[in-house]
Design a protein around this ligand. Structure first.
Ligand SMILES: [Zn+2]
Length: 440
């Protein structure tokens, strides 16, 4: 909404007693009740200010543990403070604040995202959900809405370097992970020290199954589905599982001039046939599964020699684990068949295997009904990209809210989401939190 609409809207809302609105929302019987709304101008103002931090000629560069990341975290800490949220930095370096609930026995509902970026990225991937969560907590307090559950706002550290902060929080970090070098050139171990954590006490930040009542993350879509379908809100069904293969195709390197066409064992030809076959297999079935042959190392990679060996990679993703298993078997069979036809051999090596993280049905329902109550068009969809929510899913019910990415672009300086869409997303988050507080 524009400034004028916003002022009108805020005035209209101010005329309604906060308690009445909350009570109305809390009771399914009175569906006429006006849904809650955040201060969208304030939220988008924060994002505009944040756009100055880590901006370079190439884009936003707030890679984890860099000077710009530290500046971004300092800005975020200020937002916590000015929003009346008591900040705590856990031993992993995650930023946290807890608003007590009315029922001391209840586990917290968590909302949040991250503020670090990729190299030459944009200003929306992460900050929208982080600042959106701060804005929701602040608006709930301003509108005197008390939840039964404690509400925790969390900004996970180093999402782009492998969901490090959330991984630590669910106890999935290994000592070897700590020695991984982040894009800033610092190891995760060094980085955690730098941002106020303590690697020797990481276990204090670990939460167990049952410690969190639910987690909702607002995020930009990073794809073009919503824009293409002309929908305002994505109700995320889950984060797709991912399998990476490295496949070594072995033929025989020989003279490109002296070897007749019917006597060749051309690994490149086999790789080409396999690449096409993978694409056709994936597209030959209804669904949202995707597979990509993304890397090809050809040997000897010379103009006048028949390629003797090709190493290629396949990236396979879907929300359904059985489908991933089935396509894995299909690809292996394609390798055997093409190998036979081209007199080459295919050797499969699995590099990465992450299982799909499915959203909680109750959270999807409260997100969808919040969007409906706000008059926003929405659709259910998978997330093709990884998020902190996939880590939290190991120990708690989770869900995500997507807002459109213009042109479907992200991890790019061209990444952009409209202010109205961001406000819509935060409004959905606010009502979803209240709805979840009721159903859990
Ligand atoms: Zn992100």
């Amino acid at each position: 909404m524009d400034r004028r609409q916003f002022v009108q809207h805020a005035a209209a809302l101010a005329a309604i007693p906060a308690v009445g609105r909350f009570a109305g929302l809390a009771s399914p019987a009175s569906s006429q009740a006006k849904p809650l709304t955040v201060n969208g101008a304030r939220l988008n103002g924060w994002l505009a200010q944040f756009d100055q931090i880590g901006r370079t000629a190439g884009g936003i560069n707030r890679v984890a543990y860099s000077e710009a990341d530290l500046a971004g975290r300092a800005f975020t800490k200020q937002l916590f403070a000015q929003s009346g949220l008591q900040l705590r930095v856990d031993t992993a370096g995650n930023l946290l604040a807890r608003v007590p609930g009315t029922d001391a026995a209840r586990r917290p509902i968590l909302i949040g995202s991250h503020v670090d970026s990729v190299t030459d990225g944009g200003n929306y991937d992460g900050p929208v959900g982080s600042f959106g969560a701060i804005e929701v907590a602040r608006s709930l307090a301003e509108q005197k809405v008390r939840l039964r559950h404690p509400l925790e706002v969390v900004v996970w550290q180093n999402e782009e370097g492998g969901t490090i902060g959330s991984k630590i929080a669910v106890g999935l970090m290994t000592p070897a992970d700590l020695d991984k070098v982040a894009r800033s050139g610092k190891t995760v171990r060094e980085g955690i020290g730098l941002i106020g954590g303590d690697v020797s006490r990481l276990n204090e930040s670990v939460r167990k199954k049952g410690d969190i009542a639910g987690y909702i993350e607002l995020h930009i879509e990073q794809g073009g589905l919503l824009e293409k379908a002309n929908r305002q809100i994505g109700v995320v069904e889950g984060i797709v599982g991912l399998r990476w293969f490295e496949i070594t195709i072995t033929g025989f390197a020989n003279h490109a001039g002296a070897t007749p066409m019917d006597q060749r064992q051309d690994a490149m030809l086999a790789a080409a046939k396999f690449t096409v076959a993978v694409n056709e297999a994936i597209r030959g079935e209804a669904g949202r599964q995707v597979a990509t042959v993304g890397r090809l190392n050809v040997s000897p990679n010379t103009t006048n020699v028949i390629p003797g060996q090709v190493v290629l990679t396949v990236d396979l993703r879907d929300l359904d684990q059985q489908k991933i298993d089935r396509f894995t078997a299909t690809f292996e069979k394609l390798g055997r068949d093409i190998g036979e036809a081209t007199r080459t051999t295919f050797a499969f090596n699995q590099l990465v295997n992450s299982t799909p993280a499915l959203s909680d049905a109750r959270i999807m329902d409260v997100v969808a009904s919040s969007a409906t109550a706000l008059g926003l068009s929405h659709q259910r969809m998978p997330s093709g990209a990884g998020h902190d929510a996939q880590e939290v899913a190991h120990i708690a019910p989770m869900g995500m809210i997507f807002v459109p990415s213009v042109g479907g672009i992200s991890h790019s300086p061209k990444e952009f989401s409209r202010a109205d869409d961001i406000t819509n997303g935060a409004n959905v988050l606010m009502n979803a939190v209240v709805g979840l507080d009721r159903v859990l």
